[in-house]
Design a protein around this ligand. Structure first.
Ligand code: NAP
Length: 439
């Protein structure tokens, strides 16, 4: 060993923290040899000192976070939530410790402030585990592709929703049955709101966009739609056209209608071609698809949550910051010194759409509908019609389901088209509007 041991303080010892602590203790020599210095787990901060924590020496446990941070070389925040996590991270940074965190919610709300604090202190704030668990995605986006121009990051970053949609498609279940099964199997929490309404994915989209485009994007700038309104019928309609439905987090450089260059980060369920790489991602797995100008298309796939997989990413960050401490270097780049691009409204994105309508099945209806699309400059690629009413229904009561796929169109134009369609006599209802991604 070339230097004194580096002191590591762990804030939190729950699902992830326990795995990190155990590995730091049990793999001390192997990890130390990769750094060039030993890591010494010097304190583990918890709420409940009396709780059983097998394998963890009791003398490491404390409820005094401030003292545990003082003198630490590396602070690992695995408490979760906003406070006291934010205050403790800022204290650790200003005291000269490098910080590793898995806290996507905190980063999505305060990314710019936290990174600036790390830059000001000349230390690192690493967060590989905050997006997609074990999958190395933060380092590839922030470091490996730093010389390239990332144009789009599109991923399945929430395992709970992917499991639910996967089961709905494979088993024909409705949403509530798939959700309750996910809860029974431990893939969904008792309060699944953050997952199924897309907020967890939105936090990850904010972090990914901030890093990929060197522009701070906070969670309140990420429009989000969850999966609770997805029906077996929508999945069957998508499948009939060779598509599958996935909840996607999308971060993209875009150009607004007035020529403004900016970024978009958003989360919604989208239909993607069944042969797209992301369509093959089943169960609770995660995958992130990255497009960069020189590298082309890259895909990262693996376990997006769980104690051990998440600990793997945390330990990678610990080794990375420890190596820099040993070498005396601080970091590779400063945050926020590149181009700060505006975060553009979702109305400015362009993509393809699949609109499903319940319409009167009588002559002239289709032409009235296509006129509405043309009037809003939205070009139709495909129309598929199926009869909804049973034989024997009076002629003037016949209804049909129309599935319309568009060419690429601006979201604002599509929204205006759908509003106008709702006003047509011949349209009994707009059954669904889904974006088509990955074409
Ligand atoms: P967890 O099981 O709830 O553990 C939280 C730990 O923090 C517990 O040890 C708790 O102490 C401690 N703690 C919480 N508030 C505290 C306070 N005010 N003072 C002192 N200690 C406090 O959480 P987790 O699942 O390990 O998640 C940790 C972080 O990793 C979160 O930011 C989460 O979003 C992120 N993450 C988790 C996963 C995953 O699969 N679990 C995946 C990716 C990222 P006690 O033990 O005494 O209660």
């Amino acid at each position: 060993m070339t230097t004194d041991p580096l002191k590591v303080t762990l804030l939190g010892c729950g699902v992830v923290g326990t795995e990190v602590a155990t590995r730091l203790l049990n793999r001390r020599t192997a990890i130390g040899s990769r750094i060039g210095a030993q890591l010494e787990l010097s304190a583990v901060v918890v709420r409940d000192l009396a709780a059983e924590r097998p394998g963890l020496p009791r003398e490491l446990l404390t409820t005094d976070a401030e003292s545990a941070i003082a003198g630490a070389d590396i602070v690992v925040e695995l408490m979760g939530g906003m406070e006291p996590a934010k205050t403790l991270i800022l204290k650790a940074l200003s005291a000269g410790a490098s910080v590793v965190t898995a806290n996507k919610a905190l980063l999505a709300a305060h990314y710019a402030e936290l990174m600036a604090a790390a830059d000001d202190a000349g230390v690192r704030l690493e967060h590989e585990a905050a997006v997609a668990g074990a999958i190395p995605i933060i380092r590839p986006v922030g470091d490996s592709l730093a010389g390239d121009e990332i144009t789009k990051v599109m991923g399945i970053v929430n395992g709970t929703t992917n499991y639910i949609l996967d089961q709905m498609e494979k088993e024909g279940w409705d949403f509530s049955h798939a959700l309750s099964t996910a809860q029974e199997l431990g893939f969904a929490e008792a309060d699944p709101t953050a997952d199924i309404e897309g907020h967890d994915a939105a936090a990850k989209a904010a972090v990914l966009a901030s890093l990929a485009f060197d522009t701070p994007v906070s969670i309140d700038q990420v429009p989000v739609e969850g999966i609770s309104s997805i029906t077996p019928d929508m999945i069957a309609t998508a499948a009939a056209q060779g598509f599958t439905i996935k909840l996607l987090a999308i971060c993209e450089r875009i150009v607004a209608a007035d020529g403004t260059q900016g970024v978009s980060a958003r989360v919604y369920p989208a239909v993607i071609p069944a042969d797209h790489a992301l369509a093959q991602v089943g169960g609770a797995f995660n995958a992130v698809f990255v497009e960069a100008e020189a590298a082309g298309q890259l895909m990262f796939y693996g376990q997006g949550a769980g104690g051990a997989p998440t600990a793997s990413a945390v330990l990678g960050d610990i080794v990375s910051v420890a190596r820099r401490k040993v070498l005396g270097g601080r970091g590779m780049y400063e945050h926020g010194e590149g181009r700060i691009l505006p975060v553009l409204d979702i109305g400015e994105i362009t993509t393809h759409y699949q609109i499903t309508l319940d319409v009167a099945d009588r002559p002239g209806v289709l032409s009235r509908i296509t006129e509405v699309f043309a009037a809003h400059d939205v070009s139709i690629e495909l129309v598929q019609q199926t009869r909804l009413t049973e034989p024997g229904t009076p002629e003037d009561l016949h209804a049909a389901k129309l599935v319309i796929a568009t060419h690429s169109a601006r979201e604002s134009a599509l929204a205006a088209t759908v509003d106008a369609l709702r006003g047509l006599d011949a349209v009994n209802g707009v059954l669904s509007v889904l974006r088509i991604e990955g074409l």
